[in-house]
Design a protein around this ligand. Sequence first.
Ligand code: AMP
Length: 590
Amino acid sequence: MSTFQTLGLGEAVLQAVDAMGFVTPSEVQEKAIPILLESDTDIVALAQTGTGKTAAFGFPLIEKIDASNKKTQGLILSPTRELCLQIASEIKNYSQFIPNMHSVAVYGGASISDQARLIKRGAQIIVATPGRMQDMINRGMVDISQINYCVLDEADEMLNMGFFEDIKSILSHTPDEKSTWLFSATMPREVSVIAKKFMSNPVEITVGTKNSANKNVKHEYYTVAARDRYPALKRLADANPNIFSVIFCRTKRDTQSVAEKLIEDGYNAAAIHGDLSQNQRDLVMKSFRNRQIQMLVATDVAARGIDVNDITHVINYQLPDDIETYNHRSGRTGRAGKDGTSVVITTKSDARRIKSIERILKTTFEKKNVPTGEEICKIQLFNLAEKIEKTEINEGVDQYLPEINSHLEHLSKEELIKKLVTVEFTRFHDYYKKMRDILPMDDQGRGDRDRDSNDGSTRYFINVGEKDGFDWMSLKDLLKDTLNLGSDVVNRVDVKEKFSFFNTPSEHTDAVIAAFEEIFLDERKVNIEISENRGGRDRNRRGGGGGGRGRFNKGGGNNSRGNYRGGDRDRSRNNDNGGGRDRRKRRDRY
Ligand code: AMP
């Protein structure tokens, strides 16, 4: 494996590598740097954003430039102002130990004469957006007639954004003998055209395979009803308490409205799209980089310049029209060797498009279920416990401790912990207690979580519910105690008004049915059966009557209210959900 030393870099750059904390070269650096250092060749490098491509061209560029000469020797074109600033700042870092090396960023929305003045003072490297560069050339503010190196960064994005004519015109002002280095995440036809037209015998390097997905990014999708898109997004955020994400919407309107809803619901969110002024966009990006914003809702165009490391999730609130855009979106996570997740919230009409993304990007998507309220509460509880454990003690609290201790000293350690976590936990518990869970849509467009899908679990109906004083936690506890089959056996407990549902692994089905043969709640026989419920459309079912919450009793209690069989018949009728499907074989399916 190469090291930065063996790639052939000079002392000053190696010192900068050290100062920046880079230890091993990334794949694109390993491949491109030796080639670019050794010869003055043209190169086409296919590499995603986040792979370390800026250093792959930045290091050799700095090595090759003569810092004692003030004239402009290198031009880097990049699609957006944000990327342009980012590259300029990286170049400054790379050249921090080289005296008299100057680079200037040239982009729209800032004073053109200030930028021209900086160039005049002497800038060996100009990093520019095509539009502003063209403007400066037209006004005679810049001379690129003697450059030796021209880098086209994110060439596919520049062409996507309609900069072909600008690029062509800018290149016509540069010498023919210069070297051209083209970096692109994908290789659409337009990029090949540029390579053919403006480059001579370029060396081609590829990181991963052409149009391939980044290996560090895991792809997942959740198929929900269209009305559940937003609730599903919220649940994904709640199930990932440390989420740091970009959420992509297709239109400015959706972007704005999703961000507004998230803010209203108490999330650290903001929108970024073309209707915001440059100033507003800068402010949003600053807060995002500082992590004051955890969920940045963006259009594809506005997100082009988002080069922020450590993004944990890219969420496709809607799928984009083309696969390249999907690839660009997901490339915002999994940067610099870190892992990331690209999530798609789909409706069933998108199912085929997921398949074609899988085929073209040669990757697989994991089909996931939207987390249940119960799962989210559990995650939040454990996250809270971890946060408490990792909290650094602030000695400032010392002075108040004697008084606080005297308030709390009658509590045992267990009670204290329980109360402490309850303070925060209750918020999620109370919220999700009231919410119906979001069911995945199967190929026919029905919710299918409650079927014995392929997850090896069985769903049961039980005739106790909220009316009996249960919520999902208390019912789960009671079921666990009654079944006595181990702590993780009961899950997906969903409590309705008069009845509830829960799951166990299918291997326990017989034991579960047997355990409830002779169980009574107060005087009512507790009835349990395997559920055919496909999607919570059975709110009107009639289960057992009321009765205060109590404990289950075993054995021949008074079954005077034992008209449950009547309820059972009702249930059978309603349980068809209008579909009139044959339920005779229901036991066989599990
Ligand atoms: P880029 O693909 O150039 O946008 O780089 C993505 C991020 O990775 C930037 O923040 C770089 O500073 C960082 N980076 C680039 N090369 C390395 C490396 N060899 N080791 C660690 N981090 C790197």
